[in-house]
Write a protein that binds this ligand. Structure first.
Ligand SMILES: [Cu+2]
Length: 154
């Protein structure tokens, strides 16, 4: 019985990579259940800018909710999980709440301009259109997802 194990392991790994490849999106990471992020992007930054923002669409292929608890990128000294909101014609940003950062099974949480975003503090190098920047998202249960954010002037 034990001799069958290596084969079964490699068969399941193959299945995982086939599933991930089948999704057809460069931003796709994961594939074994739990949180996924697609459409990962950031706007190019102006010379001298000290902050930037990352956007993406969070999904959840698992059977339990999971919560985004942190993010990091080699482009940033530190990051914060923010929500933008408009009050009296003034845009401001607050820390996102635990509720907002939780993605339900088969649910979707959008990180988009004017809403939730990963705030990049202490930007180390300008974000240049056409390039891509690593972004690691950390979830309470699933741990870390390593992604690549496309720098696009959307
Ligand atoms: Cu912000």
């Amino acid at each position: 019985m034990k001799r069958a194990l290596p084969f079964m392991l490699s068969a399941s790994l193959l299945l995982v990579s086939l599933v991930a490849a089948g999704c057809g999106d460069d931003d796709e990471a994961d594939g074994d259940g739990g949180p996924v992020a697609v459409e990962v992007w950031a706007r190019p930054t102006a010379p001298g800018a000290e902050t930037a923002a990352f956007y993406f669409e969070l999904g959840n292929d698992g059977s339990a909710p999971d919560r985004l608890i942190g993010a990091e990128s080699p482009a940033c000294t530190s990051t914060m999980l923010h929500r933008s909101s408009m009050a009296d014609g003034v845009m401001s940003m607050q820390p996102a709440t635990d509720d907002e950062l939780t993605v339900a099974p088969a649910g979707t949480v959008m990180f988009e301009p004017g809403g939730l975003h990963v705030m990049c503090m202490g930007l180390l190098d300008p974000l240049v259109e056409g390039e891509s920047v690593p972004l690691v998202l950390t979830f309470e249960t699933a741990g870390s997802l390593t992604l690549s954010a496309d720098v696009e002037d959307r």
